[in-house]
Design a protein around this ligand. Structure first.
Ligand code: DNO
Length: 393
């Protein structure tokens, strides 16, 4: 598979020179300065592409060309926004950047409650604590009817937490869930925004009355509308699974398990309607058998995120090392190398280790942690290729 790396553009503290030295071949990036919904011009795309190429690298994948909320909830301006999206896709295709990762998660992209969960050796990773999340939902957002979504036992833990949580800890929780993890992925709330909770609550209201079926219909409408452009320019759309793969905050989530993925690929049965196989997101749902999903959907996978999670009995999960956890990444490399050896993959999040914590990287996107994981995956890939060459697998 092609070794790629998520790079956040010219302002990223991790430079392309550094990436070249650690064996990265392709770059995963986006035009992060363009607000959601606006057109990516051919000039802006080729400018960034040439910059990447001047370091001997290629722009392998766009992550992400964000889908505006109004497309997801079918607002009055959805057709205009879809038209803009089509122009951006055509411009990407003309420039030769033809793999586009996106997601269809309403309001909130990936969710974590702790950004520095400490390991015994002093490094840290990201994790999700369901009680803290329920606390955020019931007692910070104060979402109407939220309590219905939790068990009596969970609610008892929420109220116990309320007795001891400090104001600073509440701020940290808000920051982790809706600010620090969202802004840099072109999400709805950015660092420095005043009153993120109020902004977030306004966004949640946009989805009143939108259930799973309606959201599915809206995704199908979007994909059906853009496929002709994808066909013309050979652009592959690859949807990112929901992270975590479960319903949250009363919002529907529709890319959570085998049935969802099969529905989406069949609903618009076009090879340009594909999947980002994010092993991290999928492995954080105890219902998912990740290697089994990889076997079933490898043919429609256009991009792979190698990451793994450990799920605890209470449903909490911690991002695991790349050779551990429910993602079974070694097995995934075997599956994907066999089906399509030119598939781009990136190690998704890495641990915060060595001097990473002092650098202020985006959560999950450390340098040393990801470099370490890339080296591990590189070793796995070399072994698997050797096994394939010798006819062992
Ligand atoms: C988090 C990322 C996601 C992903 C988007 C794709 O680390 O994996 O934010 O980029 O969901 O649209």
């Amino acid at each position: 598979m092609e070794k790629t790396w998520r790079w956040f553009g010219k302002k990223d503290k991790i430079t392309l020179t550094m990436l070249r030295q650690i064996g990265v071949e392709g770059i995963v990036t986006a035009l992060h300065d363009i607000p959601n919904g606006e057109i990516w011009s051919f000039e802006a795309i080729t400018d960034l592409k040439q910059y990447i190429e001047s370091f001997g690298l290629r722009w392998s994948v766009v992550e992400s060309l964000p889908v505006s909320e109004a497309i997801k909830y079918a607002g009055a301006d959805r057709d205009q926004l879809i038209d803009n999206y089509k122009v951006s896709l055509a411009n990407l295709g003309k420039a030769g950047v033809t793999t586009v990762c996106y997601n269809f998660m309403p309001v909130i992209d990936w969710i974590r409650t702790d950004l520095e969960y400490k390991w015994e050796d002093g490094a840290s990773s990201l994790c999700y604590d369901s009680v803290k999340f329920a606390y955020f939902d019931c007692l910070i957002l104060k979402r109407k009817g939220a309590e219905k979504d939790y068990t009596t036992e969970e609610l008892a833990k929420v109220y116990a937490l309320d007795k001891k949580i400090t104001e600073t800890e509440k701020e940290q929780l808000i920051d982790a869930i809706i600010v620090k993890t969202q802004g840099f992925v072109n999400g709805n709330i950015k660092e420095g925004d005043q009153n993120p909770v109020a902004i977030f609550n306004r966004l949640l209201k946009l989805y009143a009355g939108i259930d799973r079926n309606q959201l599915r219909e809206n995704l199908k409408y979007f994909l059906t509308a853009i496929m002709p452009v994808c066909d013309e320019w050979n652009v592959s759309m690859c949807i990112h699974p929901d992270d975590p793969p479960r319903q949250v905050l009363g919002l529907p989530r529709i890319v959570t398990n085998e049935e969802d993925i099969a529905w989406l690929l069949n609903a618009v049965d076009n090879p340009h309607n594909g999947l980002t196989f994010c092993a991290g997101s999928l492995s954080s749902g105890i219902h998912n058998d990740v290697p089994d999903l990889a076997k079933k959907f490898a043919e429609r996978t256009c991009f792979v995120h190698l990451r793994s999670a450990n799920v605890l009995p209470d449903g909490n999960f911690i991002e695991a090392g790349h050779l551990e956890g429910r993602g079974h990444l070694i097995e995934l490399v075997r599956i994907f190398e066999n089906v399509n050896p030119s598939l781009p993959f990136r190690v998704d999040h890495g641990r915060l280790m060595l001097d990473d914590a002092e650098k202020g990287y985006n959560p999950g996107y450390s340098f040393h942690g990801r470099m370490f994981a890339l080296a591990q995956m590189d070793g796995v890939m070399a072994t698997v290729k050797d096994e394939i060459n010798k006819g062992i697998i």
